[in-house]
Design a binder for this molecule. Structure first.
Ligand SMILES: *Cc1c(COP(=O)(O)O)cnc(C)c1O
Length: 226
């Protein structure tokens, strides 16, 4: 199947949900991204800063670029001038660095906080307790150049659908309880829940995802080093 056909079939599956498709183009060449662009994709996700900035330079300027991978503080400055949404903010130090760099370019940068929902230790993110500590932190009641628009999570890599469903349901529940929390800092405006990849996006949709991040199903397998 072609990239355009793959996109059409994913779009058909998500059509009945209030959910946005992020095409994850990491490790794929520009000509494949252009194929997706021509098939109507305007939201692309990348997980490495260098690759993201190279592709931003090479691609049409009406694209919304999503940084979906772990972000190091010393690289924030390279993406704040143009990034549409940073999905994987996993510490207050990183959030503060985004504030600092975004202020320099006078731009409000939208972010999601990554929550650790999987069994694997290797995945990044806040625990529930750390999340509430962060939101209650007196140190950062005020951020002027950062908006926290939601939460993001990655489920355990497993064939056990029930396990994955539980993890997504947990994240959705956490999202709802943060949303209903009284006196949230002004910079927190929860509306997006980024969950679901090629292997588990149907489950994520059923559990309330508003953004699915899909690579392999659209562009095919990546070589293993990614
Ligand atoms: C690579 C990646 C995806 C997409 O994975 P696929 O299984 O190829 O759909 C989604 N989210 C993150 C954070 C990723 O790194």
């Amino acid at each position: 199947m072609s990239i355009a056909e793959n996109i059409a079939s994913v779009q058909k599956q998500i059509a009945e949900y209030p959910c946005q498709l992020i095409a994850v183009s990491k490790a794929k060449p520009i000509d494949m991204l252009m194929e997706a662009y021509q098939a109507g994709i305007r939201n692309f996700g990348e997980n490495k800063v260098q690759e993201l900035t190279d592709k931003y330079d090479a691609m049409p300027k009406d694209i919304k670029w999503h940084m979906i991978g772990h972000l190091q503080r010393n690289k924030v400055k390279y993406i704040v001038p143009f990034v549409h949404l940073i999905h994987a903010v996993d510490s207050l130090r990183l959030l503060k660095e985004i504030e600092k760099q975004a202020k320099k370019v006078d731009r409000v940068v939208d972010c999601l906080l990554q929550i650790h929902i999987a069994k694997e230790e290797t995945k990044f993110g806040f625990s529930e307790e750390e999340l509430f500590d962060a939101l209650n932190s007196s140190e950062i009641r005020k951020l002027e150049y950062v908006r926290v628009l939601g939460l993001m999570g990655m489920a355990t890599f497993t064939d056990n659908d029930e396990q994955v469903r539980k993890e997504f349901a947990y994240l959705k529940q956490l999202f709802d309880s943060v949303k209903d929390k009284p006196d949230l800092p002004d910079y927190v405006q929860l509306q997006e829940l980024s969950m679901g990849m090629s292997g588990d996006f149907e489950i994520a949709l059923a559990e309330g995802s508003t953004m699915v991040r899909i690579g392999t199903t659209i562009f095919g397998e990546r070589s293993s080093r990614f």
